[in-house]
Design a protein around this ligand. Structure first.
Ligand code: PEP
Ligand code: MN
Length: 338
């Protein structure tokens, strides 16, 4: 349930409610909005016996949260959440573009990619050092060497680093280098991993699993938030459908639906959604028109030579022209490109 405090509620009022709930065994999550404080309380309501929370001074109302996800729900946080990372704010009016190769392949490839995406206006660099490949015979990533190269690219360009963490064993290592931890589509329901990233003080980019419902996706976010990490950014990357011309089917409706259900920022990855570079710009623009807070786009200095996902990677020219289009499109939608 959530306890909405009234305008005049002071710290002592809030503390009294929190203390009463804690005594009844509730887990407490505070959301301090501009207007008022909301107390999220997760636990067993029967433990409150006959206590009427509404009678406690400072309490305006008590609202049950009917959805199974509580902290991720709009009810818990009416305004959209802004995630602050390295001087940037994700969510709000600004659209961020995270771009770079699918995988870190070599020093030259990564530094070249970083330079290209920076010049075109991206604010963050993506690149996997641990790759979740369908085939065990495919390139699996450079692991720690790749993470070091990402750190070098950050140093050289000022771009923040977004990189995937695949399991709990390598989490401490990835967290040492990454600015944002990416949980890939295949791991969206790896609850042990979600619980562990919840304990790291870094934003988490949580991709939607290829067949996850909105509720399952938000429940995965809930795992991270309930564990104490509220900095969750959602990313729609296409779902499995009967169509196989494209790699996945981009669910554009995910953007307005998630924004209705949740306060968390939503990004879109048109690269994995389509699997074909030709369709990436159209879907990127559509995502922004639908209200996405940013994009995750694969860009490679030389896509035909890419060790991973070359067919869906934009080359430098195509990425630059997409960025020019986005710069024009954003103001028409009341947004701006960072
Ligand atoms: C990726 O972004 O590198 C990736 C593997 O994507 P997904 O988890 O969405 O398949
Ligand atoms: Mn990829």
């Amino acid at each position: 349930m959530i306890i909405v405090m009234d305008h005049q509620a002071n710290d002592a009022h809030i503390e009294a409610v929190v203390a009463r709930l804690a005594r009844a065994g509730f887990q407490i999550h505070l959301s301090q909005g501009v207007e008022r404080t909301i107390i999220g309380a997760i636990g067993d309501k029967t433990q409150l016996k006959n206590i009427s929370l509404e009678a406690i001074p400072g309490v305006e109302k008590v609202v049950p949260v009917l959805q199974p996800y509580k902290l991720a729900s709009r009810a818990f946080h009416e305004e959209g959440t802004l995630i602050r990372v390295g001087g940037l704010k994700i969510g709000g009016d600004t659209i961020h573009v995270i771009a770079g190769p699918c995988a870190v392949e070599s020093r030259n490839q990564l530094l070249e990619a970083a330079k290209i995406v920076k010049e075109a206006g991206a604010t963050m660099l993506r690149g996997g050092a641990f790759k979740p490949r369908t085939s065990p015979y495919s390139f699996q990533g450079l692991e720690e060497e790749g993470l070091k190269l990402l750190a070098e690219a950050r140093e050289a360009t000022g771009l923040l680093i977004v990189t995937e963490v695949m399991d709990v064993r390598t989490l401490p290592m990835v967290a040492e280098y990454a600015d944002i931890l990416q949980i890939g589509a295949r791991n969206m329901q790896n609850y042990f991993l979600l619980r562990e990233v919840a304990r790291v003080d870094k934003p988490v980019l949580l991709k939607r699993a290829p067949s996850a419902t909105f509720e399952e996706w938000l429940m995965a976010a809930e795992y991270i938030m309930a564990g104490g990490n509220y900095k969750v950014i959602l990313c729609e990357r296409g779902i499995r459908s009967y169509e196989n011309y494209t790699r996945n089917t981009l669910d554009l409706s995910a953007i307005p639906v998630i924004k209705h259900l949740s306060h968390l920022p939503v990004l879109v990855d048109p690269s994995h959604a389509t699997g074909k570079w030709r369709f990436v710009p159209a879907m990127a623009k559509a995502a922004i028109a639908a209200g996405a807070d940013g994009l995750l786009i694969e860009v490679h200095p030389n896509p035909p030579e890419a060790l991973c996902d070359g067919p869906q990677s934009l080359n430098p020219d195509n990425f630059s022209s997409l960025m020019v289009d986005l710069k024009q499109l954003a103001p028409a939608l009341g947004r701006k490109l960072s």
